[in-house]
Design a protein around this ligand. Structure first.
Ligand code: ZN
Length: 122
């Protein structure tokens, strides 16, 4: 990226929580600039997160998360966490008129909150 603003990006990652940064360099890694990945990993190491911990997180994500064809994890429809479950939901007009069915993705927490279990796996 030509206009990569490392200073602003550094400020952003300093303020992000560790769990968020771990998701970025694992689940969402394929969609990121190599420079951004390097900065986040440096920040994680500064927070005493080891390369082995990142690798372990990446491995569990590979087996649990749902991915788009571009290799980036699908995102939960309700938060920034990577999705582990998908189910067909209805895109609604004005919040109540069903328009068309669409895939809804859920992270572990929201899948539980919405009662989406293994049976809903697609
Ligand atoms: Zn969620």
């Amino acid at each position: 990226m030509v206009d990569f603003d490392a200073e602003r990006f550094n400020l952003n990652i300093r303020q992000a929580d560790t769990d968020d940064l771990m998701d970025r360099v694992t689940a969402y890694r394929a969609g990121m600039e190599p420079q951004a990945i390097a900065l986040i990993e440096a920040e994680l190491h500064r927070r005493k997160v080891t390369a082995a911990q990142i690798a372990a997180r990446r491995e569990s994500c590979q087996s649990e998360c749902l991915f788009n064809p571009d290799g980036v994890a699908k995102k939960c429809a309700f938060c920034r966490k990577p999705a582990v479950r998908a189910a067909t939901g209805w895109q609604k007009l004005l919040g109540f008129l069903p328009l068309f069915p669409r895939e809804m993705c859920y992270c572990t927490e929201h899948a539980k909150a919405h009662g989406i279990g293994d049976s809903a796996l697609q």
